[in-house]
Design a binder for this molecule. Structure first.
Ligand code: ZN
Length: 148
């Protein structure tokens, strides 16, 4: 199996069987975003514990496989992490979408799955699909920053 079809498989698997899918009720923060070019939507829900860690994170949404797979991967990566770590992972992912050679600062095995999304870099419109969940996470995190 070549690398492209392996990556394809990772994306389709997350899209069909999304991790941490659903609504969190109650939640400390919630954000919603739409990617109008593709019609994708993502909602992100967060609960933060007393130490400032992301104790619970879920997403719900609709749209293309890339947008939903990226959201599923994102929840795996930030679950149990501090908000600072989540910001670092977010910057890493955004950097990687701009430059394939960029090194990850945030050290986590789950980050490796993000390699599967690198194929979309050649399609500028699909980059929005891949980054949608991360922008939504950023919105949800800033809601918490604002409330502190
Ligand atoms: Zn899309």
């Amino acid at each position: 199996m070549n690398l492209d079809s392996l990556y394809q498989e990772v994306i389709l698997d997350h899209a069909k069987h999304p991790h941490n899918y659903g609504k969190l009720d109650p939640h400390d923060a919630h954000a919603h975003r739409l990617n109008p070019t593709c019609g994708d939507t993502v909602d992100v829900y967060l609960n933060i514990d007393a130490e400032g860690r992301i104790a619970e994170v879920t997403f719900s949404g609709r749209g293309c496989a890339i947008s939903q797979a990226s959201a599923s991967m994102m929840t795996d990566i930030v679950l149990g992490k501090t908000m600072d770590e989540a910001h670092t992972a977010l910057r890493d992912f955004q950097g990687k979408m701009m430059d394939r050679e960029a090194e990850f600062v945030f050290d986590s095995e789950d980050m490796e799955e993000l390699e599967a999304l690198q194929g979309v870099r050649q399609f500028p419109n699909r980059i929005r699909c891949a980054t949608l969940a991360w922008h939504t996470l950023e919105d949800a995190l800033s809601e918490i920053d604002d409330s502190q």
